[in-house]
Write a protein that binds this ligand. Structure first.
Ligand code: G3I
Length: 326
């Protein structure tokens, strides 16, 4: 058992070792659960709106934006000196019906995408540290573009159109490509690496790659370390952007210990990497995790349990951050 520092360990230790430790956050939980905000601001120095900045929530009608949830989360972050990761400006999921059901020309879709990005990124100009500009563009098998209004209506150049629009709207924000399945060696990791290398070579404004890290407790962190290292050659950052480590529920003590080990080694890998300074969990308490509804029979994926008690994973993160960078 690690002797924990004063409360706020993850945020404090992370900052001491050059890692911004964050969590995805829900505006609804912030508004209704009195325990949620205090733990979030005590333990984390960064937050990502889990859903509140996605097209379906922030742009529900063609001529109407709804920034209420996003504004609440950004305001909370600023009140508690937390950085914000914006998520996400172009994805194949959680798009509103008016967009997916419309019949658009390529030029119309380019205008819709550019106008959305100018509006959303422009609203938070100077207040968002990193944006997930494009999320999960490629299918894990076959490496085709995930079908979306952007990929089918614009084509493969929608990605760089989005990055250029985001950079124009906030030149100081660090712009990320975010994906899963690229934390390990394989065709998808190679494909995304080649895409990022091409963007860098052509001057497309990209600054980082988000490695989501939605994994099980058997994940081999050496794979993550190898994928992180390859990006050093490109002069971009890498970030762990959506980490959770799902377990069969109810988890055994061995499951929880294995989970702690994965969190520990991932935190250490980020701290020791010269290009990783971001470790964001996808939530922080099992009470609100997306995992049980998407992976039935699994859960318990986060460092706080449903009653906000620290799990072995919490101590694993502390150990990993302490073993990380200078
Ligand atoms: O907003 C509606 C609400 O009006 C409705 O009453 C309710 C019940 O149907 O659904 C609500 O929408 C849900 C939304 O979360 C907001 O809560 C969707 O059904 C639900 O599918 C959606 O799930 C989100 C999921 O992305 C969608 O794919 C999860 O909360 C979110 O954690 C998850 O996050 C993604 C990242 O954005 C990208 N990387 C993968 C990660 C996990 O899938």
């Amino acid at each position: 058992m690690v002797t924990l520092l004063a409360s706020g360990c993850l945020r404090v230790i992370g900052a001491q070792h050059g890692v911004a430790v964050g969590a995805a956050a829900k505006a609804s939980a912030l508004a209704t659960d009195p325990d949620y905000g205090p733990v979030l601001s005590r333990e984390f120095g960064m937050l990502t709106p889990e859903n509140e900045m996605k097209w379906a929530q922030v742009h529900p009608e063609r001529d109407r934006y709804d920034f209420s949830g996003a504004d609440d989360l950004v305001a909370f972050a600023e009140q508690h000196d937390m950085a914000v990761r914006g998520h996400t400006l172009a994805w194949h999921s959680q798009n509103p019906g008016w967009l997916t059901g419309g019949s658009w020309t390529r030029d119309e879709l380019i205008s819709l995408l550019e106008d959305h990005i100018a509006t959303v990124v422009g609203r938070y100009r100077g207040r968002i540290a990193q944006w997930d500009v494009v999320n999960e563009a490629w299918t894990p098998i076959g490496l085709r573009l995930n079908p979306s209004p952007w990929s089918t209506g614009i084509g493969a150049d929608y990605l760089e159109i989005a990055f250029r629009a985001a950079h124009a709207a906030d030149p100081d924000a660090q712009l990320f490509y975010n994906d899963y399945g690229i934390e390990v060696a394989g065709a998808k990791a190679d494909h995304v690496y080649a895409m990022v290398a091409d963007f860098v070579a052509r001057g497309v404004p990209i600054h980082g790659v988000g490695l989501q890290m939605h994994v099980t407790s058997y994940f081999d962190v050496a794979q993550l370390e190898a994928q992180m290292a390859r990006y050093e050659a490109l002069g971009v950052k890498v970030g762990i952007t959506e980490m959770d480590v799902r377990l069969p529920v109810p988890p055994t003590p061995a499951d929880l210990d294995r989970q702690a080990g994965v969190y520990e080694r991932a935190a250490s890998a980020c701290g020791r990497s010269p290009i990783c300074d971001t470790l964001v969990l996808w939530g922080f308490t099992d009470r609100y995790s997306w995992v049980p509804s998407f992976y039935p029979g699994t859960g318990a994926a986060l460092p706080f349990d449903e009653d906000y008690a620290e799990k072995p994973a919490y101590d694993g993160l502390v150990r990993g951050l302490q073993a990380g960078g200078p």
